[in-house]
Design a protein around this ligand. Sequence first.
Ligand code: OGA
Ligand code: MN
Length: 366
Amino acid sequence: MGTMGKMAALVAEPREDAFRKLFRFYRQSRLGTADLGEVIDFAQASPARDSGHKVFRSPLSVSSVSEQDACRAGLQPVHKWKAYGLEGYPGYQRHWVKQCLKLYSRKPNVCNLDKHMVSEETQDLWGQSQELLRNKDLNKKRPRSLLEKLRWVTLGYHYNWDNKTYSADRYTPFPPDLAYLSKQVAAACGFQDFQAEAGILNYYRLDSTLGIHVDRSELDHTKPLLSFSFGQSAIFLLGGLKRDEVPTAMFMHSGDIMVMSGFSRLLNHAVPRVLPNFDGTSLPRCLEVPLADALPADSIAEPCSVEDWQVCANYLQTARVNMTVRQVLATGQDWEDKETETTSESSYHLDDENNEAKRPRLNPSS
Ligand code: OGA
Ligand code: MN
C-alpha cells in the first residue's frame, strides 16, 4: 500500500497545516514499513530512495583533518565519512547579498568611494548602478557602475585605515539584521555574549586580492571574527602567527562562514585569488533557489524581489562579497578604559609593513 493511501486514511483536521499533518502521520502507532518509503535514510547506499527529495553528496576536506587527529577524537578517517546536502535548503543568501549592495552601501556607512567623491554622488550607489547592471550583457563596453567601483564599506565603529584603529567618535548604528545573524553564529560556536560592533564588507572583482594581514585592531581578541562569503569562490590562505609559516589554502564558496577564534584569531591570512565557479554556470547553485516562500513569518531576512535579484545576480557574475563582523570592545569595556591598550596595540603595527595593501586592490583607474 502506498504512503498516500495511509496518509489519506488519517482523518484530516480542519485548517491543519502540512507540517502538522505529516507530524501526525509519523506519530501514529500503526505505522508500517511501507510508510517509511519517503524517509530519507542517510545510512543507505542511495539515501534518497523513493522520496521526492534530492540528496547530494557534499565534498569534505579530507586533508584538513589528519587520520591521527580524527582517531584521537574517536572518529573514522575523514575519507570514510559521508556528508550530504539536501536540495532546497540553501539558506537565504540572497538577503545578505542585497543588503551589502543596496542598504549597507548607503550613508551613514563609510566606503572607499567617499575619498574621491562628494556625499551626494555616493548617497545611493544602488540607484546609480541598477540600470547599468540590469543590462550588463547587452553592452559589454559600458562604463563601470559605481557598485563595481565599490571595494569596501565599514559598519558600526568605522575602521580607520590610516592609523588602523577604531574609535568612539566614529560610530554609526550597526545593522540589526547582521548583528542578529552574527549573534546566532557566534553562539553556535560557543561565544554566548558576542556583540557585533564593527563590520568590514569587502567587494571583490575577479582580479581583486586581499593582502596578507592579521586583524588585531579590535581590543578584545578573545572574541571571534566572523566572515561570510557570497558569490564567486575564492582561495583563502590561512597561515601562522608569523609570516614565515607556510599557509594552508582553502576554498571559500558562497554561503561559507569562517570563524576565526581562539588560536586562529590572530593568524595571518589573505585572499590571493577569486576563482569563478568551475562548473561554467555563472552563479553558484545555492544562489539560484529563490526560496522566498520558505521564509518564516518572523524571519529577519526579507524576500529579495525579482528586480532586485536581477541586479545582484548580474553583479555577482564577476564578484565576490565578503562580510566580516567583529566585536571591538571586551564585554563591559568602555572607551575610557582603552588608553593603555591602544598604546600596546599600535606598537604591534610597527612591524606590519603589509597592512597598507590589506584591502582588495582598487582598479588603477578608480
Ligand atoms: C578581512 C578578511 C577575508 C575574505 O576582511 O579582514 O580577512 O575572505 N576577509 O575576504
Ligand atoms: Mn582579515
